[in-house]
Design a protein around this ligand. Sequence first.
Ligand SMILES: [Zn+2]
Ligand SMILES: [Zn+2]
Length: 338
Amino acid sequence: MQAVLFSAPETLHIERVPDPTCAPDEVVLQVSRCGICGTDVHIYHNEYMSEFPLIPGHEFSGVVVETGRAVTDLKVGDRVAVDPNLYCGHCDLCRNEMANHCLHWQGIGISRPGGFAQYTAAPARACYRLPERLTDTQAAFIEPLACVVHAMKRIRLLPADPVLILGAGPMGLLLLQALRRMGAGAVAVVEKQPARLELARQLGATLAVPASADQDAALRELAPRGFGVVVDATGIPAVIEGALRFLRPRGLYLQFGVAPNHARISISPYELFRNDWTLVGSFALCYTFLPAIDWLANGAIDVTPLVSHVAPLQDFASLFHQFAAGQTLKVHLQPPSA
Ligand SMILES: [Zn+2]
Ligand SMILES: [Zn+2]
């Protein structure tokens, strides 16, 4: 089959590789769509937990083409999305509602072959059958939206709290919609690209300001005491370091963007103490596929405007580099069907 291969850090090829086979509790899927994620860029630069060689891709849906002999609840032809986070179900953390920190965690497209390929194997327990009305575009957003749902469960948002989102890439724009659904008051977005700011306005941002020397005045006017929740959706250490200055007393800071694993920032423990602040991280997702599917199927979250490219898998290399340079929104690749 045809697949994208990260053969070593910063080396990618589209290659012919053997078709996957499935273990007794797994299925083989023909991939319909797979989205490029910022995490894929970190993997490419060897700033994440992956090892090489790797077939990347963890935001995908597909059609079951083969089932292992122990699989009873899926059949050939089923359309499914796959939770790429594989939890053992037996360790202390799995058994204490922290499956995303499973001691034996594996990630499809992270630590085992992923969705940038014609076919991929996945445990049946990680597959979610799709409602018929869900489009392929929506289906490839289930995984990123499930990460947003996990973040919504990690934070505490009071009704009508003002919220600030730093970064309006595809994840920032999902966070914007989710936070509005969760009952946020004014939602401000800071972003350097004008087209993304315009999209943020269309998707309901109260204020969308260019990242610049003037941004603080506009933000202070909207939320004179600061924001109840500040979310980083950039993963850029310098942006993260400056984010706490926008927090209101009792405010909550959410680290959603993925920063390079070697990055460090400095914060003032005195300010943290003096302001009753809460700092929250949100890693991947934790059994949040079902609410994400519900939000998409019920039209609560609009993903159509977040897709800038739908292209054949052969175009991966050039689109990946454009994505990494911030020149695209979400990019979806479609592997050839035969
Ligand atoms: Zn992702
Ligand atoms: Zn576990």
